[in-house]
Design a binder for this molecule. Structure first.
Ligand code: ZN
Length: 435
């Protein structure tokens, strides 16, 4: 790598000092304050730190922290990788991540959806990974459409290669101005934000299991098991009123396996639970191949990842082992339900602080009926809102004053927990070291 200019070196070094001081005084991991100090001294620092590296930017409403981690683990097979592992996903966090791994030839950065255009412009990243877009807290479809439109503008006219989930119509639209795209069929269980064509506003047709695509086959289907054609077609979509339709994917998530562009099927067998993480893994494998890393070398690396920033870890007290799942928005709750162990009780904890969004009306967007038939405990600042929602859905539950009380009410053994952002962080800090 070429040497950074003196001013950028100084800004980078002072930023790292500020981060160390912040950690030493117990103010978090310091990555944001360190990056801010660096950017204040050298506004062009991010561009300079990004130069000469092979960078991937990862953005989505859900799964960006996990996918960033999976891609990072894969690329470590090739060399050192700079990454913002703790989810500081705005430019100050990116400066901090790149400064703390100055000589790493690779970088994998999680990027907040709203900052993505700016970070593409500043870093000139060669690879951008786009997975899903859905309403987040109180955002509605209109806002995410504007976001996708900004992605389109940022990608147009640049050499950036995009890896995108073709099953998400809005992501497809956001990615389709890019010079080149690897389309991945990663699925889209949450469809409530994509019934309208982003191009013309017309209705989108979703194909059922009995749908036969034009030409009668789906690419890659020839080598795949019989179930594959219907599965892949299940995710197909097209606008009824204009030419906008799902592009042909070359990578497919097929139940517990990935089908690569050569039609070869690989059982994923990753340790992270649930359909959403298998989708993240397929996206990560497609991204790794873009960096020249084949599936047989990347997949073993993905299998080593057991938890990401505290998600899926277990906290223990008095013989109760609580597995923590984070869900921040309606699509995230749907993914968390998919991970739940049906034989276990579940504790739900919802807060409404700044990072969660103060308005909890999104609770009405989630179908809680799937929780019927198992013990459900409700905690968190907005437990009454959640209780009303569960009551209307016909889900029996027990109201508790705190997560601690809910946990103590369990018999010794395992329990699942779904919490939104600050509720999740509170549980992690109060119940100490993850085991
Ligand atoms: Zn249309």
């Amino acid at each position: 790598m070429t040497q950074l200019p003196l001013r950028a070196q100084l800004a980078s070094a002072l930023g790292r000092t500020a981060a160390t001081l912040s950690r030493a005084t117990g103010r978090g991991d310091g990555s944001v304050i360190g990056g801010r100090v660096g950017l204040a001294l050298e506004p062009d620092l991010l561009r300079k730190l990004a130069q000469d590296r092979k960078l991937a930017l990862v953005s989505a409403t859900n799964g960006k922290t996990t996918t960033t981690r999976l891609i990072t683990s894969a690329l470590q097979e090739l060399g050192d990788v700079a990454t913002n592992a703790f989810g500081a996903n705005m430019p100050a966090g990116h400066v901090s991540a790149l400064s703390s791994a100055k000589h790493a030839p690779y970088g994998v950065l999680e990027v907040d959806e709203k900052y993505l255009p700016e970070v593409i412009d500043t870093t000139g990243a060669g690879v951008v990974v786009l997975m899903n877009l859905s309403r987040d807290q109180m955002d509605r479809a209109g806002e995410i459409w504007l976001l996708a439109q900004k992605w389109r503008r940022a990608l147009a006219g640049k050499p950036t290669h995009v890896i995108a989930n073709a099953d998400d119509p809005l992501v497809t639209w956001g990615a389709s101005t890019a010079a080149s795209v690897t389309w991945v069929s990663a699925g889209q269980p949450w469809k409530e934000d994509s019934w309208c064509c982003p191009e013309c506003g017309g209705p989108l047709d979703r194909k059922g299991m009995d749908y036969t695509p034009p030409g009668g086959t789906v690419a890659g289907a020839v080598q795949a098991p019989g179930t594959f054609v219907s599965r892949a077609a299940e995710n197909d979509w097209a606008c009824r009123e204009c030419t906008f339709r799902r592009p042909q994917p070359t990578w497919f998530l097929d139940d517990d396996a990935v089908i690569d562009p050569r039609g070869q099927r690989w059982v994923l067998d990753i340790q992270l639970p649930g359909r959403a993480n298998r989708a993240n893994a397929v996206i990560a494998l497609a991204t790794a191949e873009t960096f020249g890393l084949p599936v047989q070398r990347a997949l073993p690396r993905l299998r080593e990842v057991t938890s990401v920033a505290g998600r899926y870890t277990t906290v223990e007290r008095d013989g109760r082992h609580a597995r923590l799942l984070l869900a921040k928005n309606p699509a995230g709750w749907l993914e968390a339900f998919d991970v739940l162990d049906r034989s276990l009780p579940v504790i739900l904890s919802v807060n409404a602080q700044g990072p969660d969004g103060r308005d909890t009306s999104w609770l009405w967007d989630v179908d809680y009926r799937v929780l019927r038939g198992r013990p459900v405990y409700v905690a968190g600042e907005r437990k009454l809102d959640l209780a009303l929602r569960l009551d209307i859905a016909g889900v029996p539950f027990q109201l508790t004053d705190s997560f601690g009380e809910a946990l103590a009410a369990q018999p010794p053994g395992k329990v699942d927990v779904i919490a939104n952002y600050t509720a999740f962080q509170q549980i992690r800090s109060e119940f100490g070291r993850a085991v």
